[in-house]
Design a protein around this ligand. Structure first.
Ligand SMILES: NC(=O)c1ccc[n+]([C@@H]2O[C@H](COP(=O)([O-])OP(=O)(O)OC[C@H]3O[C@@H](n4cnc5c(N)ncnc54)[C@H](OP(=O)(O)O)[C@@H]3O)[C@@H](O)[C@H]2O)c1
Length: 307
């Protein structure tokens, strides 16, 4: 019997996840999670996390059930890095409620953002994040899309000293901001940078990813699926034979393994609202990764497909 991913998840994550993730219990333990060190501290995090840009949902438990199941599956599979933002509708409040209900706050590496002009507005926004996420310590706050970065980074440094956050950083998902980001990475002491990088958008690898490695800055990768564009491009094509060589059972895992095999990348944060996608995505945090040669073949294959 061939099970759909959804059915596999329903069976329970112990056996089900191992089937989806491409190994069988009879053949022993699942490969261990791929962990990456944050350069500024040495602390490790799994190489795949989760994005919550689409966690905009009403208050009823029936509406929220799929989101709760997704976060539960993510955490049960060892996922920790969760990225959110005050500008994602009511996502911070949804995430805060659900992780409290699931009792997983302490197991997570919680990342959010600040997106305001001016010191007081930034402070108000960050205090609101703390309240909505229902925590007194946020692991990482990032200046969203570099907005008023000088002012906000100054506040973030104070918060880090006071122990209210553990790490600080900046984000972008637009090539138009790369030059400015480059300057900030050169000038400032950052723990993290968050940037878009995928088989479809490889520009970050030209200069910013190597710069992050040189400067000892951890890298979170947003838009690893180009908001779903990568799936549309491969369509119904079967996986290439080489996918098995890197323990991939889905296109999603191929796309994520391309991202996390870049030596400067700390963690990819695919956005998902589906438990079976969280299981699929966490499958990319285990097993073998492509070498340089295979990474080139992945790029060639992707580029050869019609847009
Ligand atoms: N400037 C910034 O700071 C910035 C900008 C953009 C994004 N971000 C962060 O990065 C995260 C990721 O970006 P994103 O969510 O916009 O885009 P993305 O991760 O590139 O793609 C998300 C899309 O892929 C689908 N998906 C996820 N896993 C899948 C799987 N295994 N198989 C098939 N489809 C799958 C999701 O649908 P389902 O929900 O149905 O799974 C969703 O439609 C965001 O959630 C956010 O936290 C930050």
């Amino acid at each position: 019997m061939k099970l759909s991913r959804r059915e596999v998840v329903k069976l329970g994550l112990g056996t089900g996840a191992s089937l989806v993730l491409g190994w069988r219990p009879a053949f022993g333990q699942a490969p261990s999670l791929i962990l990456r060190a944050i350069p500024s501290s040495g602390e490790t995090v799994p190489a795949v996390g989760i994005g919550t840009r689409d966690y905009r949902v009403g208050p009823s438990s029936s509406e929220r059930a799929p989101f709760k199941a997704t976060l539960k599956a993510f955490a049960e599979l060892g996922g920790t890095v969760l990225d959110t933002a005050p500008s994602y509708g009511n996502a911070e409040s949804v995430v805060g409620d659900l992780i409290a209900e699931l009792g997983i706050r302490d197991a997570l590496f919680l990342a959010t953002k600040v997106d305001r002009e001016g010191r007081q507005q930034g402070l108000d926004r960050m205090q609101s994040s703390m309240r909505l996420l229902r925590t007194d310590k946020i692991d990482l706050i990032q200046v969203h899309n570099l907005r008023d970065s000088d002012t906000q980074l100054a506040t973030l440094r104070e918060w880090k000293q006071q122990g209210r956050i553990r790490y600080l950083g900046v984000t972008t998902s637009s090539g138009r901001q790369y030059e400015r980001l480059d300057g900030i990475m050169e000038r400032e002491t950052l723990d993290f940078v968050q940037i878009n990088y995928s088989l479809a958008s490889r520009r970050a690898a030209d200069r910013l990813l190597p710069l992050a490695a040189d400067r000892g800055i951890a890298v979170l990768v947003n838009l690893p699926y180009g908001r779903g564009r990568l799936f549309r491009r491969v369509g119904e094509r079967p996986l290439p034979d080489w996918a098995a060589e890197i323990d991939c059972t889905s296109w999603g895992q191929v796309f994520l393994k391309y991202v996390i095999s870049h030596p400067a990348v700390t963690c990819a944060i695919p956005g998902t609202t589906k438990d079976y996608h969280a299981v699929d995505n966490m499958g990319a945090a285990r097993g073998r990764l492509p070498d340089e040669g295979l990474r080139r073949r992945m790029e060639q294959l992707y580029d050869s497909l019609p847009e």
